[in-house]
Design a protein around this ligand. Structure first.
Ligand code: 2DT
Length: 211
């Protein structure tokens, strides 16, 4: 009997929409149910490429927009074979940000959408994208000031949000939008219900690639 593959569940959304807490909650829920799961987060800052990305995000280093875009993509490529192997051996991955963040943040700076998507083509296509969207900027702002990293400014975040919305509309077969302003508990329950459905389907489906 062949082993069922794990799922690839991606969380996307603007800063401070609760992605990190929700990915943890989902991870805890799956592991409590005996499902083999791993949490990952892009950018993965520990590799050599990840350290350059970290220096850029913390304003310690400047790079042309195109260069940092390609580094973010390279950071996914350097981890994808390991992820694929583990998925095929049955591990479900919960991934905090992925290629959609890559495109959204770079398009918000003015880079061309197709150019931005191109380096990520061939990466694993998620089984589901959990899109956390704030129904009001104010609710998110009330969670406290943005931090000091490069992109944490409201006007820029709004531009990024427009690109996420476009993905959500265009890729509606596997994007699921949730109101990030509801209680953490409710949000978790809504996400868990969708993920349960996704996990029923994935073992029988082969891995697809981003196109
Ligand atoms: P975190 O706060 O989640 O660590 O993200 N970003 C992320 C990009 O511009 N391109 C990408 O490909 C990815 C994955 C989003 C740090 C910032 O990096 C941005 C916020």
């Amino acid at each position: 009997m062949s082993l069922s593959r794990g799922a690839f569940i991606v969380f996307e959304g603007l800063d401070r929409t609760g992605k990190t807490s929700q990915t943890r909650r989902l991870y805890n829920r799956l592991t409590e149910k005996g499902i083999k799961a791993k949490l990952i987060h892009f950018p993965e800052r520990s590799s050599a490429i990840g350290q350059v990305i970290n220096a850029y995000l913390t304003n310690a280093q400047d790079l042309p927009d195109e260069v940092i875009h390609l580094m973010f993509s390279a950071n996914r490529w350097e981890h994808i074979n390991g992820i694929r192997q583990e998925m095929l051996a049955g591990t479900t991955f919960i991934c905090d940000r992925y290629a959609y963040s890559g495109a959204a943040y770079s398009v918000a700076k003015g880079l061309h959408f197709d150019w931005c998507c191109s380096p990520d083509r061939g990466l694993i296509k998620p089984d589901a994208v959990i899109y956390l969207k704030a129904s009001s900027d104010e609710a998110i702002a009330s969670r406290g000031n943005y931090g000091g990293e490069r992109y944490e400014k409201l006007e820029f975040q709004r531009k990024v949000g427009v690109v996420f919305d476009q993905f959500c509309e265009k890729e509606s077969s596997y994007w699921h939008q949730f109101d990030a302003c509801q209680s953490e508990e409710n949000l978790h329950a809504e996400i868990a219900a969708i993920v349960d459905e996704v996990l029923k389907e994935t073992p029988s489906q082969s891995l697809a690639k981003l196109t």
